[in-house]
Design a protein around this ligand. Structure first.
Ligand code: FMN
Length: 226
Protein backbone atom coordinates (compact mmCIF):
# COMPACT_ATOMS: atom_id res chain seq x y z
CA UNK A 1 0.00 0.00 0.00
CA UNK A 2 1.38 3.41 -0.87
CA UNK A 3 0.89 6.61 1.14
CA UNK A 4 -1.83 7.91 -1.19
CA UNK A 5 -3.86 4.74 -0.71
CA UNK A 6 -3.37 4.77 3.04
CA UNK A 7 -4.57 8.39 3.23
CA UNK A 8 -7.52 7.68 0.94
CA UNK A 9 -8.61 4.55 2.81
CA UNK A 10 -8.11 5.68 6.40
CA UNK A 11 -11.23 6.55 8.27
CA UNK A 12 -12.24 6.74 11.88
CA UNK A 13 -13.44 3.32 12.99
CA UNK A 14 -15.97 3.21 15.81
CA UNK A 15 -16.65 -0.49 16.12
CA UNK A 16 -13.78 -2.97 16.51
CA UNK A 17 -13.52 -6.73 16.61
CA UNK A 18 -12.12 -8.07 19.89
CA UNK A 19 -9.27 -9.79 18.00
CA UNK A 20 -5.90 -9.10 19.58
CA UNK A 21 -3.16 -7.16 17.80
CA UNK A 22 0.31 -8.61 18.35
CA UNK A 23 2.49 -6.42 20.58
CA UNK A 24 5.28 -6.62 17.99
CA UNK A 25 2.99 -5.08 15.38
CA UNK A 26 2.08 -2.20 17.71
CA UNK A 27 5.72 -1.68 18.61
CA UNK A 28 6.71 -1.65 14.94
CA UNK A 29 4.03 0.94 14.10
CA UNK A 30 5.15 3.20 16.93
CA UNK A 31 8.82 2.76 16.14
CA UNK A 32 8.27 3.83 12.54
CA UNK A 33 5.86 6.63 13.54
CA UNK A 34 8.66 8.15 15.63
CA UNK A 35 10.21 9.27 12.33
CA UNK A 36 7.58 12.05 12.30
CA UNK A 37 9.14 15.48 11.88
CA UNK A 38 8.98 17.98 14.73
CA UNK A 39 10.13 21.57 14.97
CA UNK A 40 13.71 21.62 16.29
CA UNK A 41 13.44 17.82 16.48
CA UNK A 42 11.93 18.23 19.97
CA UNK A 43 9.87 15.05 19.55
CA UNK A 44 7.48 16.41 22.17
CA UNK A 45 5.24 13.34 22.34
CA UNK A 46 4.56 10.64 24.87
CA UNK A 47 2.19 7.74 24.54
CA UNK A 48 0.86 5.09 26.90
CA UNK A 49 -0.17 1.89 25.15
CA UNK A 50 -2.78 -0.14 26.98
CA UNK A 51 -3.84 -3.69 26.28
CA UNK A 52 -5.25 -6.67 28.15
CA UNK A 53 -5.92 -6.16 31.85
CA UNK A 54 -4.52 -2.63 31.87
CA UNK A 55 -6.94 -1.46 29.18
CA UNK A 56 -9.81 -3.27 30.88
CA UNK A 57 -9.00 -1.63 34.23
CA UNK A 58 -9.01 1.82 32.71
CA UNK A 59 -12.26 1.16 30.86
CA UNK A 60 -13.87 -0.16 34.06
CA UNK A 61 -12.65 2.82 36.09
CA UNK A 62 -14.16 5.28 33.62
CA UNK A 63 -17.39 3.29 33.38
CA UNK A 64 -17.70 3.47 37.17
CA UNK A 65 -17.19 7.26 37.11
CA UNK A 66 -19.58 7.91 34.21
CA UNK A 67 -22.73 7.70 36.36
CA UNK A 68 -21.60 10.54 38.62
CA UNK A 69 -19.60 12.41 35.96
CA UNK A 70 -21.59 12.01 32.70
CA UNK A 71 -19.45 14.66 31.02
CA UNK A 72 -16.18 13.50 32.48
CA UNK A 73 -13.92 15.24 34.93
CA UNK A 74 -13.02 18.18 32.72
CA UNK A 75 -10.35 18.41 30.06
CA UNK A 76 -7.06 20.19 30.67
CA UNK A 77 -7.50 22.20 27.48
CA UNK A 78 -10.38 23.42 25.29
CA UNK A 79 -11.16 20.46 23.02
CA UNK A 80 -13.01 22.88 20.74
CA UNK A 81 -12.84 26.66 20.86
CA UNK A 82 -15.72 27.97 22.98
CA UNK A 83 -18.34 29.54 20.69
CA UNK A 84 -17.13 27.77 17.57
CA UNK A 85 -18.08 29.83 14.49
CA UNK A 86 -18.88 28.92 10.89
CA UNK A 87 -17.88 27.02 8.84
CA UNK A 88 -16.45 24.83 11.60
CA UNK A 89 -19.71 24.55 13.55
CA UNK A 90 -21.56 23.13 10.58
CA UNK A 91 -18.75 20.74 9.70
CA UNK A 92 -18.80 19.35 13.23
CA UNK A 93 -22.58 19.10 13.27
CA UNK A 94 -22.66 17.46 9.84
CA UNK A 95 -20.24 14.63 10.64
CA UNK A 96 -22.15 13.96 13.86
CA UNK A 97 -25.44 13.74 11.98
CA UNK A 98 -23.90 11.43 9.36
CA UNK A 99 -22.53 9.19 12.09
CA UNK A 100 -25.81 8.94 14.02
CA UNK A 101 -27.62 8.20 10.78
CA UNK A 102 -25.29 5.25 10.18
CA UNK A 103 -25.98 4.12 13.72
CA UNK A 104 -29.73 4.44 13.17
CA UNK A 105 -30.03 6.86 16.09
CA UNK A 106 -32.54 9.70 15.70
CA UNK A 107 -31.62 13.31 16.48
CA UNK A 108 -34.06 13.51 19.39
CA UNK A 109 -32.85 10.26 20.97
CA UNK A 110 -30.38 11.92 23.32
CA UNK A 111 -30.04 8.84 25.52
CA UNK A 112 -28.97 6.64 22.60
CA UNK A 113 -26.56 9.31 21.39
CA UNK A 114 -25.00 9.55 24.83
CA UNK A 115 -24.75 5.78 24.99
CA UNK A 116 -22.89 5.68 21.69
CA UNK A 117 -20.64 8.53 22.81
CA UNK A 118 -19.79 6.58 25.96
CA UNK A 119 -18.42 3.80 23.72
CA UNK A 120 -15.44 6.12 23.24
CA UNK A 121 -14.50 5.10 26.77
CA UNK A 122 -14.32 1.46 25.83
CA UNK A 123 -12.07 2.38 22.88
CA UNK A 124 -15.03 1.22 20.76
CA UNK A 125 -14.11 -2.36 21.64
CA UNK A 126 -10.55 -2.12 20.26
CA UNK A 127 -7.94 -4.36 21.89
CA UNK A 128 -5.39 -1.54 22.06
CA UNK A 129 -5.95 1.88 23.60
CA UNK A 130 -3.40 4.66 23.51
CA UNK A 131 -3.21 7.86 25.53
CA UNK A 132 -1.10 10.75 24.24
CA UNK A 133 0.39 13.29 26.60
CA UNK A 134 2.81 16.16 26.26
CA UNK A 135 5.00 18.26 28.53
CA UNK A 136 2.96 21.32 29.61
CA UNK A 137 5.71 23.75 28.65
CA UNK A 138 5.01 22.98 24.97
CA UNK A 139 3.12 25.45 22.83
CA UNK A 140 1.04 25.46 19.65
CA UNK A 141 3.95 24.40 17.45
CA UNK A 142 4.54 21.26 19.46
CA UNK A 143 0.84 20.31 19.47
CA UNK A 144 1.17 20.17 15.70
CA UNK A 145 4.22 17.91 16.06
CA UNK A 146 2.21 15.54 18.22
CA UNK A 147 -0.47 15.52 15.53
CA UNK A 148 2.07 14.54 12.91
CA UNK A 149 3.21 11.65 15.09
CA UNK A 150 -0.39 10.52 15.49
CA UNK A 151 -1.08 10.73 11.77
CA UNK A 152 1.92 8.50 11.13
CA UNK A 153 0.39 5.95 13.51
CA UNK A 154 -2.97 6.13 11.72
CA UNK A 155 -1.40 5.58 8.30
CA UNK A 156 1.01 2.85 9.40
CA UNK A 157 -1.92 1.04 11.00
CA UNK A 158 -3.89 1.36 7.78
CA UNK A 159 -0.97 -0.13 5.86
CA UNK A 160 -1.15 -3.18 8.12
CA UNK A 161 -4.88 -3.70 7.65
CA UNK A 162 -5.58 -2.24 11.08
CA UNK A 163 -8.16 0.40 11.93
CA UNK A 164 -7.98 3.40 14.21
CA UNK A 165 -9.91 6.22 15.81
CA UNK A 166 -8.22 9.25 17.33
CA UNK A 167 -10.13 10.14 20.50
CA UNK A 168 -9.87 13.52 22.13
CA UNK A 169 -12.88 12.42 24.19
CA UNK A 170 -10.34 10.81 26.51
CA UNK A 171 -9.08 14.27 27.50
CA UNK A 172 -12.02 14.68 29.90
CA UNK A 173 -10.75 11.78 32.02
CA UNK A 174 -7.36 13.26 32.85
CA UNK A 175 -7.93 12.75 36.58
CA UNK A 176 -8.71 9.04 36.27
CA UNK A 177 -5.92 8.58 33.72
CA UNK A 178 -3.49 10.19 36.14
CA UNK A 179 -4.68 7.91 38.96
CA UNK A 180 -4.00 4.78 36.89
CA UNK A 181 -1.11 5.65 34.59
CA UNK A 182 2.32 7.08 35.43
CA UNK A 183 1.59 10.44 33.77
CA UNK A 184 3.80 13.14 35.28
CA UNK A 185 1.94 16.18 36.71
CA UNK A 186 3.76 18.45 34.30
CA UNK A 187 2.36 16.56 31.31
CA UNK A 188 -1.01 17.36 29.76
CA UNK A 189 -3.39 14.64 28.56
CA UNK A 190 -4.17 15.39 24.92
CA UNK A 191 -5.92 12.49 23.27
CA UNK A 192 -6.64 8.79 23.07
CA UNK A 193 -6.47 6.42 20.13
CA UNK A 194 -8.22 3.11 19.52
CA UNK A 195 -6.35 0.53 17.46
CA UNK A 196 -7.52 -2.85 16.25
CA UNK A 197 -9.40 -4.64 13.50
CA UNK A 198 -12.54 -2.98 12.18
CA UNK A 199 -15.81 -4.84 12.55
CA UNK A 200 -16.69 -5.27 8.86
CA UNK A 201 -20.39 -5.67 9.66
CA UNK A 202 -20.82 -2.43 11.61
CA UNK A 203 -22.65 0.23 9.56
CA UNK A 204 -20.92 3.01 11.56
CA UNK A 205 -17.61 1.93 10.02
CA UNK A 206 -18.91 2.72 6.53
CA UNK A 207 -19.09 6.42 7.35
CA UNK A 208 -17.18 8.41 4.78
CA UNK A 209 -16.85 11.90 6.23
CA UNK A 210 -16.98 14.89 3.92
CA UNK A 211 -14.24 17.37 3.16
CA UNK A 212 -14.46 20.97 2.08
CA UNK A 213 -13.42 21.37 -1.57
CA UNK A 214 -9.84 22.32 -2.36
CA UNK A 215 -10.97 25.80 -3.52
CA UNK A 216 -12.31 26.58 -0.01
CA UNK A 217 -9.00 25.76 1.63
CA UNK A 218 -6.18 26.42 -0.78
CA UNK A 219 -5.18 29.75 -2.27
CA UNK A 220 -2.75 29.38 -5.13
CA UNK A 221 -0.74 32.54 -5.66
CA UNK A 222 1.61 32.91 -8.58
CA UNK A 223 1.86 36.66 -8.71
CA UNK A 224 1.75 39.53 -6.23
CA UNK A 225 1.32 43.07 -7.54
CA UNK A 226 2.64 45.76 -5.23
C1 FMN B 1 -7.31 14.70 17.33
C2 FMN B 1 -8.59 13.99 16.98
C3 FMN B 1 -9.46 13.63 17.98
C4 FMN B 1 -10.65 12.94 17.69
N1 FMN B 1 -11.48 12.54 18.71
C5 FMN B 1 -12.55 11.75 18.45
C6 FMN B 1 -13.32 11.21 19.51
O1 FMN B 1 -13.08 11.46 20.69
N2 FMN B 1 -14.34 10.38 19.21
C7 FMN B 1 -14.65 10.06 17.91
O2 FMN B 1 -15.59 9.29 17.70
N3 FMN B 1 -13.93 10.57 16.89
C8 FMN B 1 -12.89 11.39 17.12
N4 FMN B 1 -12.11 11.87 16.10
C9 FMN B 1 -12.44 11.49 14.72
C10 FMN B 1 -12.99 12.66 13.91
O3 FMN B 1 -14.35 12.84 14.22
C11 FMN B 1 -12.79 12.33 12.44
O4 FMN B 1 -11.40 12.30 12.18
C12 FMN B 1 -13.43 13.31 11.49
O5 FMN B 1 -14.83 13.34 11.66
C13 FMN B 1 -13.10 12.96 10.04
O6 FMN B 1 -13.51 11.63 9.77
P1 FMN B 1 -12.48 10.51 9.31
O7 FMN B 1 -11.44 10.37 10.37
O8 FMN B 1 -13.31 9.25 9.20
O9 FMN B 1 -11.90 10.93 8.01
C14 FMN B 1 -10.95 12.60 16.36
C15 FMN B 1 -10.05 12.97 15.34
C16 FMN B 1 -8.90 13.64 15.65
C17 FMN B 1 -7.93 14.00 14.54
Amino acid sequence: MNVSDAIAQRRSTRDFLPDAVAVDVVRDILDRALRAPSGGNLQPWNVYVLSGDAKDRLVEAVAARLATHPRGEGAEYDIYPPGLTEPYRTRRYRVGEMMYEKLGIAREDKAARLMHFARNYGFFGAPIGMIFTMDRQMGEGQWVDLGLFMENILLLAEERGLATCAQESWAVWAQTLRALLPIPDDHIVFCGLALGYANPDAPVNTLRSERAPLEDIVTFIDRIDV
